[in-house]
Design a protein around this ligand. Structure first.
Ligand code: PMV
Length: 298
C-alpha cells in the first residue's frame, strides 16, 4: 500500500510561529509517497528522484530520522521507497512530508493505520532531527492537509475558503538550512528582544487578518498582507536580494502580493496573482526561475 503526505505553503507567519504566533498555511499536493516492505538487509530509506539511500547510523540526518522513527514505532527492519514531489530545502515542507509518509508506510506494514495524535507525535520526532525546535506547522499540514491557522498552543484550526486558492511558486535556487535560519532569528532576538517580539506579534496579527481575508474571498486584502509580511520577514533578516527581486518582479507583473515562504535565506517565493499568473511566471523566467501555478489546500 502506498502511503502519502502533503507538502505545505506558509501563506503568512513563518518564524513568528516558532515563538507562539499564528501562521496561516495550506497543504501542497502531492508531497511525498512511500511504500514499506520487510527488509532482510537492515532498515534502508531510498529517495527518488535523488537516487540516494539512507540507513540508520550512516551519519546523515535522514538516516538518523528513519532509524529513530522505526525504533519509536517498534517496527522491525524495513525497506522504505519514498518518492518526493517537492524541492528539498525549498521551504515547502519536504522533510515533514517525508516523515509523515514514512510513518504511514511503516504503520501499513504493521497492518494498522495511525490516528492523528500518534502520527503527529512520530512526525514531530522526525522533524526534530532536522529543525531542532520545529513549531509543528510543517508536519501538521503534511499529515492533515487543508488550509488553516496553526499555533503551538492551539494547533490547527481550519479556515473555510471560497473556492480554490491558486498561487504562483518560484524556486530561487538558493538553498538554506531551516535550523540555521531559525537560529539566526533567535540570535537577533537575543540582541534586540523588544524589536523582534514586536515583529513576531505583528506577524501573528497579519496571519489572523489573512485568515479573515481568505474566508471573505478578499484577494486584494490577502495580497497586501503578504507584502506586509515580506517586509516584516526582511526585518528579521531572513530575506535575500534574490528573493526580494523575485517578489518585486511578481508585483510589477500584476501580483496582488508576494513573499518568501518557509525559512527564507533562499528557497521559494509565492505570489497571489489571480488572472495574472502567466505574466508573473514570464517575469520570473526572465530572472532565470521556472515557476509554476499550484492550487493549495486541497
Ligand atoms: O523551511 P521550512 O519549510 O522547514 O519552513 C520553516 C518554517 C519556520 O517557521 C521558519 C520554522 C518552523 O518550525 O515553523
Amino acid at each position: 500500500m502506498t502511503a502519502t503526505a502533503h507538502g505545505k505553503i506558509i501563506l503568512l507567519g513563518e518564524h513568528a510561529v516558532v515563538y507562539g504566533a499564528d501562521a496561516l498555511a495550506a497543504s501542497l499536493s502531492p508531497g511525498a509517497d512511500c511504500v514499506a516492505r520487510v527488509s532482510a538487509e537492515g532498515t534502508v530509506l531510498t529517495v527518488a528522484p535523488w537516487g540516494s539511500s539512507f540507513r540508520p547510523g550512516d551519519g546523515t540526518e535522514l538516516g538518523r530520522a528513519v532509524g529513530q522513527l522505526c525504533e519509536a514505532m517498534g517496527s522491525g527492519d524495513a525497506a522504505l521507497s519514498l518518492t518526493l514531489h517537492l524541492p528539498g530545502g525549498g521551504g515547502v515542507g519536504s522533510s515533514a512530508a517525508m516523515g509523515v509518509a514514512c510513518a504511514r508506510a511503516l504503520a501499513a506494514l504493521q497492518g494498522r493505520s495511525l490516528g492523528d495524535a500518534e502520527l503527529l507525535g512520530y512526525a514531530l520526532g522526525w522533524e526534530r532531527v532536522f529543525h531542532g525546535n520545529p513549531s509543528g506547522v510543517d508536519h501538521t499540514l503534511a499529515a492533515l492537509g487543508g488550509v488553516g491557522l496553526f499555533s503551538r498552543s492551539e494547533g490547527f484550526r481550519r479556515v473555510p475558503t471560497r473556492g480554490a486558492l491558486r498561487l504562483c511558486v518560484g524556486d530561487s535556487g538558493e538553498r538554506s538550512s531551516t535550523k540555521e535560519m531559525v537560529d539566526g532569528v533567535a540570535r537577533l532576538r537575543e540582541r534586540r528582544p523588544e524589536a523582534v517580539d514586536r515583529t513576531v506579534e505583528a506577524i501573528g496579527v497579519v496571519a489572523r487578518n489573512g485568515a479573515l481575508a481568505l474566508q471573505a474571498g478578499d484577494a486584494g486584502g490577502l495580497g497586501e498582507l503578504m507584502n506586509l509580511n515580506q517586509n516584516l520577514l526582511a526585518s528579521l533578516l531572513v530575506s535575500t536580494e534574490r528573493l526580494e527581486d523575485l517578489c518585486a518582479s511578481a508585483r510589477s507583473s500584476g501580483a496582488l502580493g508576494a513573499k518568501l515562504t518557509g525559512a527564507g535565506g533562499g528557497g521559494c517565493v509565492i505570489a497571489l496573482a489571480p488572472g495574472r499568473e502567466p505574466e508573473v511566471l514570464r517575469g520570473w523566467t526572465a530572472l532565470g526561475v521556472e515557476g509554476r501555478v499550484v492550487e493549495v489546500g486541497r
